[in-house]
Design a binder for this molecule. Structure first.
Ligand code: C5P
Length: 205
């Protein structure tokens, strides 16, 4: 069984994907981390994230980079969103994601284009969404707990900028697959959202 979990920043898709993976005993890939690693590598090498060739040359990041806490920062999220508009970058990361998705026994992947591009034949497609306000508040809490100095207004502005870029790019824009089930987590608590997602997977598989 392949489970595709897509959605905008801080919608709860990562938490939901992890919970589905644990519940059904499936391996999980957070595909945003791959784009974040490219963004981070671009910054480390002093390259231009908006230049397709520069961004492509950063796709050879070492595997060890995927566990670098710096990948989780808002700044790296912004860079990830900028490098992810390039066709060559998406192609360079495609095979890695497809082979993860098609491993025997199945997998859960979360991202922006799993149900539309990476695994269009996934048995279950969830599109997890929430209002900008709910997402900004969650991200703000996360940042505060991890000791990062930021404001709700900054988070909200960053989030909208990133969503706008992800939705409007020509290559694999963020949008629900035609056969995706939309789960709005705006007014759901963490446990409620997880329970609802698991119910959807159980019904759909
Ligand atoms: O999900 P996360 O916030 O970690 O993703 C960082 C950025 O990587 C997103 O804003 C998006 O631009 C890009 N991304 C993508 N396709 C994916 C996953 C992430 O374009 N499958």
């Amino acid at each position: 069984m392949i489970v595709a979990v897509d959605g905008p920043t801080a919608s709860g898709k990562g938490t939901i994907a992890k919970a589905i993976a644990a519940r059904f005993g499936l391996p999980h890939l957070d595909t945003g981390l791959l784009y974040r690693a490219v963004g981070h590598q671009v910054a480390l090498r002093g390259l231009d994230p908006d230049d397709e060739r520069d961004a492509l040359s950063a796709c050879d990041f070492p595997d060890a980079m995927l566990s670098d806490p710096e990948l989780r920062s808002e700044a790296t999220g912004g860079l990830a969103s900028r490098v992810s508009v390039h066709h060559a970058v998406r192609q360079a990361l495609l095979e890695r994601q497809r082979s993860f998705a098609t491993q025997p026994g199945g997998a859960v992947l979360d991202g922006r284009d799993i149900g539309t591009v990476i695994a269009p034949d996934a048995e279950v497609k969830l599109f997890v969404t929430a209002s900008v306000d709910a997402r900004a508040r969650r991200r703000f809490e996360e940042m505060r707990q991890s000791g990062r100095d930021t404001t709700l207004a900054d988070i909200s502005a960053d989030l909208e900028r990133r969503d706008e870029r992800d939705r409007n790019r020509t290559e694999a824009p963020l949008k629900p697959a035609r056969d995706a089930i939309v789960l709005d987590t705006s007014v759901l608590g963490r446990e409620e959202a997880i329970a609802e997602a698991i119910r959807i997977v159980e019904t759909a598989r």
